[in-house]
Design a protein around this ligand. Structure first.
Ligand code: PMP
Length: 405
């Protein structure tokens, strides 16, 4: 089915604004995607008609708010094909989801235990594991990549041994766009009896996710990269493993009974949801999933792929331009540098022309070190981007390069 991109764009009012006197060309979708009106309408509707704290009141508003939150939980469960809604834990985002697993599951790790990561991890999937070193001398083993930005499964398997206690990796790299063979990587970790956490922050907006097919133990992602509200994320956890985990944060909602001597904890998923959640954002997240499902993930992915191919071809025409990440089937992210021009200068001047791209290390400093660069410029696409925008981006880049020459 051909998509009516003009009609889709009309659902995103922000795309009509200008930046520095030019029409906005928003190519920073990997950092966060824009939000369609049906999601902002859902937020407004909640604030103007249904705002009340969840799970606390017998009154109508509180029950309605609770119903909306729990409806989103079931919606997410279906979206990722989890076995039960109780396996869906709401967090602030991917970062908090990974911190939750590290802080809670990680309490069982001991001196000399090893965690297998990959060189392309976002800091959100590195630092939480390092923080465990305050209680145990954890070692981190790192899977390397080839020059296209791919992980070799054979050498991946060689990183596991009897001390390995966790494997964590991204589904899609936020810098290289590589779509990792996560099902195979999970099978390798499981063959060593090692649980798996998948950082799905860059996969969930573009790929279908089936946690049961992947057979992963944890899967983390963020609403704000999926056309949804900020402040909402999801940790999927397999029930059997979540049930063995100690609480993450203490407070309201996560308890069964509290006395000064002793506290007993609530069942899943509430045991991991202390305090008032972003129930407005959670409720509105369901509208973002409606949007994605209405447009169709396959249609979104196909459109983004066409833009990726087109933009890659146009960029390759530019002398001294180097693209980082060329794995077949990669996601719609292009990281590049031109000669020895600093990425920051390129980004700043592109912004003067209305083009929003990301610059810097993209929260992946170990990967930058592997690539031998301090940072890159990164253009990334979403469903509402067009070929005309790619043309305007390329034209702006030519102008920038002429200025810097
Ligand atoms: N992992 C990856 C691969 C990401 O791209 C990001 C966001 N840039 C994160 C984790 C962190 O997501 P959040 O900031 O929404 O917690």
């Amino acid at each position: 089915m051909a998509m009516d991109i003009a009609a889709i764009r009309r659902e995103f009012p922000i795309l009509e604004r200008e930046v520095n006197g030019r029409p906005l060309i928003y190519l920073d979708n990997t950092a966060t995607s824009q939000t369609p009106r049906e999601v902002t309408d859902a937020i407004t509707r909640m604030y103007t008609s249904t705002k009340a704290n969840v799970h606390r009141g017998v009154h109508t508003l509180s029950q309605e708010a609770t119903d909306l939150q729990e409806a989103t939980r079931r919606r997410v469960q279906k979206y990722i094909n989890a076995a039960e809604p109780e396996e869906v834990i709401f967090t602030r985002g991917t970062t908090e989801a990974i911190n939750l697993v590290a802080a809670s599951y990680g309490q069982r790790f001991r001196d000399g235990d090893e965690i297998v990561l990959t060189v392309m991890e976002h800091h959100a999937d590195i630092v939480p594991w390092q923080l465990l070193r305050s209680h145990a001398d954890i070692r981190i083993r790192v899977a390397e990549i080839n020059d296209r930005g791919e992980i070799d499964l054979e050498s991946y398997g060689s990183l596991f041994n009897s001390r390995t206690v966790m494997a964590a990796f991204c589904h899609v790299s936020n810098v290289l766009g590589t779509v990792n063979p996560v099902k195979d990587m999970t099978a390798i970790a499981h063959s060593h009896g090692v649980p798996v956490l998948i950082d799905g922050a860059q996969a969930s907006p573009h790929l279908p996710i089936d946690v049961r097919d992947l057979d992963c133990d944890f899967y983390a992602f963020s609403s704000h990269k999926m056309y949804g509200p900020t402040g909402v994320g999801v940790l999927y956890g397999r029930r059997s493993i979540l049930e063995e985990m100690p609480p993450y944060q203490g407070g309201g909602e996560m308890i069964r009974h509290v006395s000064f001597g002793h506290t007993t904890f609530a069942d899943l998923p509430f045991r991991f949801e202390a305090g008032t959640p972003d129930f407005v954002g959670i409720a509105a997240f369901a509208s973002a999933l409606d949007f994605i499902e209405r447009v169709g993930l396959e249609n979104i992915a196909r459109h983004e792929h066409e833009l990726l191919e087109y933009a890659t071809g146009r960029l390759r025409e530019i002398e001294r331009l180097q693209i980082y990440g060329t794995a077949p089937g990669k996601s719609a992210v292009i990281s590049f540098n031109v000669g020895d021009i600093h990425n920051y200068d390129l980004g700043l001047l592109l912004d003067r022309m209305g083009v929003a791209v990301r610059t810097g290390h993209h929260c992946a400093q170990p990967l930058m070190e592997r690539l031998g660069v301090p940072g890159t410029v990164r253009a990334s696409f979403a469903v509402y981007n067009t070929r005309e925008e790619v043309d305007a981006f390329i034209a702006a880049l030519h102008r920038v390069l002429a200025i810097l020459a």
